[in-house]
Design a protein around this ligand. Structure first.
Ligand code: NAD
Length: 260
């Protein structure tokens, strides 16, 4: 139970982040939703999380490309709730392109959102966690934080960077009661993945069904997509007392992908 604890989940207006936010809400935490979207739809999400048993749920639309907005997200949560206990660095975007054609602005954006934002969140949140003598940093990396796939140079670079950041921070904060871990999901059928199916089909000269079967699930030995509910369960475990001595890991939740 996370009653009285406060969790920030970046990029939680969709997909995995929303699934994790639901998990924290059901565990009675205060939840700070973050991410883009239609205001009315975000209010519906906020109300839904409220109904799951969350302490309080607020939305902060901080843009993960803007360090100032990220700092304000963390300090705002700390002021409102008296601390920041759990941060989940989840916001992420993708572009699929051969490296020689990779749009330079998309490279910068992916590095900013998928990697640099995690640094800015952690930098701002660690002092609050140290003050409380307890904290959980969870970085949503990817199987692509451990292995590569072609045409995803920026994403794979950013996710490998997040795994390095995870290990480094884990060592620095270990004695302060704070753990820092990465979760490395395989494919989850969220809007992020659905959107890249047409581009992957184009890049590989395949149909979209072939991409699902022969690309996305090819390396996922269970032949099943990972679900957001499963990832919420893993995140809650990392927040539990049982996980107090688990730190600095990059935990694959990938149907065996990175075992092969
Ligand atoms: P998604 O597209 O469904 O959701 C992304 C979220 O990030 C949205 O809420 C969006 O509003 C938010 N976001 C995007 N740009 C932002 C910005 N500049 N500032 C603030 N918020 C921003 O994606 P998803 O599939 O749920 O992915 C979530 C995370 O999980 C990403 O880091 C992704 O790399 C990672 N991941 C996804 C998969 C998968 O198969 N879906 C696998 C491994 C890792």
């Amino acid at each position: 139970d996370l009653l009285g604890k406060t969790a920030i989940v970046t990029g939680s207006t969709s997909g995995i982040g929303l699934g994790l936010a639901r998990g924290f809400a059901a565990a009675n935490a205060n939840v700070i939703l973050n991410g883009f979207g239609d205001a009315a739809e975000i209010e519906d999400m906020r109300a839904e999380l409220d109904g799951l048993g969350a302490g309080q749920v607020v939305h902060d639309g901080a843009d993960m490309t803007q360090p100032d907005e990220i700092e304000a997200l963390v300090s705002g949560a700390a002021e409102r709730f008296g601390g920041v206990d759990i941060v989940v660095n989840n916001a992420g975007v993708q572009t699929v392109s051969p490296v020689e054609d990779f749009p330079k602005d998309r490279w910068d954006m992916i590095i900013d959102i998928n990697m640099n934002s995690a640094f800015h969140v952690i930098r701002a949140a660690v002092p609050h966690m140290k003050a409380a003598g307890w904290g959980r940093v969870i970085n949503i990396a990817s199987a692509h934080g451990l292995v590569a796939s072609p045409f995803k140079s920026a994403y794979v670079t950013a996710k490998h960077g997040v795994v390095g950041l995870t290990k480094t921070v884990a060592l620095e904060v270990a004695e302060a009661g704070i753990t820092c871990n990465a979760i490395c999901p395989g494919y989850v059928l969220t809007p992020l993945v659905a959107k890249q199916i047409p581009d992957t089909a184009k890049a590989r000269g395949m149909t979209e069904d072939e991409v699902k079967r022969d690309v996305l699930l090819a390396a996922q030995w269970t032949k099943k997509f990972v679900t957001v509910e499963q990832l919420a369960g893993v995140a809650l475990f990392l927040c539990s007392d049982a996980a107090e001595n688990i730190t600095g890991i990059a935990l694959p939740v990938d149907g065996g992908w990175t075992a092969a």
